[in-house]
Design a protein around this ligand. Sequence first.
Ligand code: GLA
Length: 388
Amino acid sequence: MCDIERLHKLFHQLYHTDPIIVRAPGRINLIGEHTDYNNGFVLPATIDKAIYVGVSKRTDNKIHLHAEEYNENYFTDLENLRQSKFHWSAYVLGVVEQLQKRNYSLTGFNIIVDGDVPVGAGMASSAAIECATAFGLNELFGLGISKLDMVKIAQKAEQEFVGLQCGIMDMFTCMFGKKDNVICLDCRSYEYEYFPFHQEGIKIVLLDTSIKHSLASSEYNTRRKQCEEGVALIQQHLPEVQSLRDVSIEMLDTYVAHNKTVYNRCRFVVEEIDRLLAACGDLQRNDIKSFGKKMYATHKGLSKLYEVSCAELDIMVDLVKHDRSVIGARMMGGGFGGCTINIVKENAVEELIYNTRNKYRERTGMNLNAYIAVIEQGANLVEERIEV
Ligand code: GLA
């Protein structure tokens, strides 16, 4: 649990001044996976786990970073952002690089990154650090950047500095999340609508496989390319098609079927975009049962067609699938590890976690961490004045 008071104290110990503190939460995604970079829709929400950053100005051009998670300091300056190999500071420095590319004038600064979003669990902790950094520096230097532009800056930082060709979902959610609501985001136009998510009698339970998604970035980038390949094949015949958003199953059958792998990838995305739109209808009718069935269908597609699941994620879904207290379950996020998201009847949550933990250990020898996710508001400035 991140304690603001503790962050404040640490900031004083390290940098001898008051910080501006920003909270940027992790996210869940109810349905609509790998659709964002295909111009489709997603249905995410921000949760009660967040990254906190404290920032203050320096008079020189140095950047002093501290990450509580690693209990590690890192020092550099505004002229030396790039590193020879990956380091956690990339999530901060990538944002600084984007600000510089857009000609914002910065001086050096101090920053502490803290929080309780589990790393590598599929809750978008990296996007939360990037958004928190963009938000914090925007406040600190009075840059006047809009929320949507901060989203784009954070996304570009991930793509260009970290190297993951991610879509917009994680950053958009982090900035625009709303308490008790999911966001139905059109990733082509950035138009969005909030849907109240009624949590009476149910809980959103995240079951963490403890597998850190290490394959994620290379395989993720490959999936993205395969989707583009599918679009290119169709474009040869139908030049008006811009992305998988414009594609139907008939088009895939006609123009892509000869390339089985690309066909399967594209088929999943086309089906998932439709499934999400139908799932929004379920939510509006408060038909959570029907919504849950779609989550299982999404898992199957992610596992068999898109092939971004792993044995442990499949086991985790299998273990709950016949349990009547579980309304829907699927892997969540980029894949290859991390959590499953489960909609569970409230009165059965504890028993489910207990039983699944035991069975998961029996099947895999691994530990299961469980989180109950509560939908909270998106990124914000932490206003409390703290006496040190
Ligand atoms: C990661 C990416 C997102 C999205 C999901 C899959 O979280 O950062 O942009 O593509 O995977 O839905």
